[in-house]
Design a protein around this ligand. Structure first.
Ligand code: SAM
Length: 356
């Protein structure tokens, strides 16, 4: 007769079973990303939103407007997305049909809204971006960017090529979300500022939002010449083309969002020294909006920054996210001896740094 396993063994079995579930979960985690990509491509959230009420799968299929649309496949996708809380399902009391509605998550997939994450979903799931992840172990063995290994060209080459609007729209959607969080919670960060230079500002959304809410500020959007050449115009904002590794234009404040995490410490120190030259020795400051790794802090937000850290590894030659201690060291090497990290309701943080 088999003996009953001791409690310790039972505990170990339970832990092993949990471990097995974890590995299966992580192995197939990409299914969530791909289902999300599919929902955005089909515009499911927009279809439901445009009707102003939850819809049956038949009604959603009609709006997808594909003659061969497979309703069973859509039902399976919706069942998965409901389980992930991306949509909600209620039962129509009359017909018994399932009605699919939006949740607080799928509201972020609305392409029609200004506050949307749909462009980011599109960018992160482009074949060239997904391919970069397949080279992660090569990034560890040989260094360098997985993106270049997988595609034969860099992220910035892609950005100036046929995926330009995809890249710009994804950066712009994050900018709108983060700038709203900053401008509605920390308006005083811009008090007394006459001019602001957004270094690597892309198509200029961030500085345009700052100037819109503080019309007395003169905004300069500074980026590579080919990027600013096609940027839209905004009231109170001047576009300037140049190279931040060479010279940065003068301003009361230098603003940098999602810039330093793209570069090695060495390159960042060059950028920071150029920032220091561009501001007033006593009155100037820089504002950095970037990730701060907090292994002991808010787990949910830190997980996003940790993922961005690996994204930098997969997609840039030397980019990385930094802990508070690493930021302190970097800033002081760049000539900014005093800084303050301000938490904002976002996965990014706001860092104010002063030359001292
Ligand atoms: C990740 S994007 C961030 C864009 C923008 N700050 C945002 O948050 O949406 C990095 C930006 O840095 C710009 N950039 C790269 N190298 C540059 C350089 N040498 N001088 C100026 N800008 C540069 C890119 O063109 C791109 O717009």
């Amino acid at each position: 007769m088999a003996t009953k396993p001791k409690l310790k063994e039972q505990e170990e079995e339970a832990m092993l079973l949990q471990g097995q579930a974890d590995i299966l979960h992580y192995t197939y985690n990409f299914v969530e990303s791909m289902a999300l990509k599919c929902a955005v491509e089909l515009g499911i959230a927009d279809i439901i939103n445009s009707q102003g009420q939850p819809l049956t799968v038949h009604q959603i299929t009609e709006k997808i407007a594909s003659p061969a649309a497979d309703i069973d496949n859509l039902s399976r996708l919706m069942r998965f997305l409901v389980q992930k809380n991306l949509f909600e399902a209620t039962t129509d009391t009359k017909s018994g049909d399932l009605l699919y509605g939006l949740t607080y998550s799928s509201k972020w997939l609305l392409r029609s809204e200004e506050q949307t994450l749909a462009p980011l979903v599109r960018l992160a799931t482009l074949p060239s971006h997904v391919a970069s992840w397949l080279c992660l172990s090569q990034c560890i063995k040989d260094g360098g960017s997985g993106f270049e290994k997988a595609n034969g060209f860099s992220l910035y080459d892609e950005r100036s090529g046929n995926q330009r609007s995809c890249f710009d729209e994804a950066m712009a959607c994050i900018s709108r979300i983060v700038m709203k969080a900053i401008l509605s919670n920390y308006r005083d960060v811009f008090d007394g500022v006459g001019s602001i230079v957004d270094v690597g500002g892309g198509i200029g959304i961030s500085v345009a939002e700052i100037v819109k809410s503080h019309p007395h500020i003169r905004g300069i959007n500074f980026d590579l010449p080919d990027v600013v050449a096609t940027a839209p115009t905004y009231p109170g904002v001047t576009h300037l083309g140049g190279d931040m590794f060479n010279v940065i234009p003068n301003g009361d404040v230098i603003f940098m969002k999602a810039i330093l995490h793209n570069w090695s410490d060495e390159k960042c120190v060059t950028i920071l020294k150029n920032c220091r030259r561009a501001i007033h020795e006593r009155k100037g400051k820089i504002i950095i909006v970037d990730g701060v790794l907090q292994p002991d802090g808010d787990r949910k937000m830190d997980t996003v920054v940790q993922r961005y850290d690996l994204t930098m590894m997969a997609q840039t030659p030397s980019g990385k996210e930094r802990t508070e201690a690493e930021w302190k060291k970097l800033l002081s090497e760049g000539g900014f001896g005093r800084h303050e990290i301000i938490k904002i309701p976002s996965f990014l943080a706001l860092i104010e740094a002063y030359p001292e």
